[in-house]
Design a protein around this ligand. Structure first.
Ligand code: HEM
Length: 127
């Protein structure tokens, strides 16, 4: 484990299942959300779920399937086409928060992920 990056041993410890549940729980909420729902590809919800799940597994020390399929994450660049203001950022975080417990992460691991999401989400604000 890389002590400077506490997320790096999360996937080795918990495996795929909580990440699969997390992405599923999150997109179930996003789909019906008035602010975020319309931003996502309406005919590719399964693809969006697959990409987020793969990214998170890779970021948390799991296999690099995401980058083999998509290349370097470059998340800020990939989010540039979407108008992400503070309200959209806060909504993303608000929808994700209950999913962490629902997915079965321990409170400690949920806290690590929550901090990571807040940092990345702030970085995605582009309006
Ligand atoms: C700040 C609010 C955010 C908004 C409004 C937002 C919105 C979106 C949208 C509309 C997409 C396209 C869906 C797709 O086709 O995959 C997307 C993709 C993605 N988002 Fe976000 N996002 C936000 C924050 C985040 C955060 C915090 C993360 C990770 C910690 C993240 C990770 C991703 C990933 C991995 C993809 C797929 C990139 C790809 O390979 O194309 N997003 N996001």
């Amino acid at each position: 484990m890389n002590l400077a990056d506490p997320l790096s041993d999360l996937h080795p410890r918990v495996g795929d299942a909580p990440f699969t549940r997390l992405a599923g729980a999150f997109y179930r909420r996003v789909r019906s959300d008035d602010l975020l729902g319309p931003m996502y590809p309406q005919h590719d919800w399964g693809g969006a779920e697959h990409r987020l799940r793969g990214f998170l597994i890779q970021r948390c020390g799991g296999p690099d399937t995401y980058s083999r399929e998509r290349g370097h994450p470059r998340l800020r660049m990939r989010h540039a086409p979407f108008a992400i203001d503070r309200a959209a950022r806060d909504r993303w975080i608000q929808l994700m928060a209950p999913c962490l417990a629902e997915a079965g992460f321990t409170e400690a691991d949920a806290g690590l992920l929550q901090a990571f999401f807040e940092q990345v989400a702030t970085h995605m604000v582009n309006r």
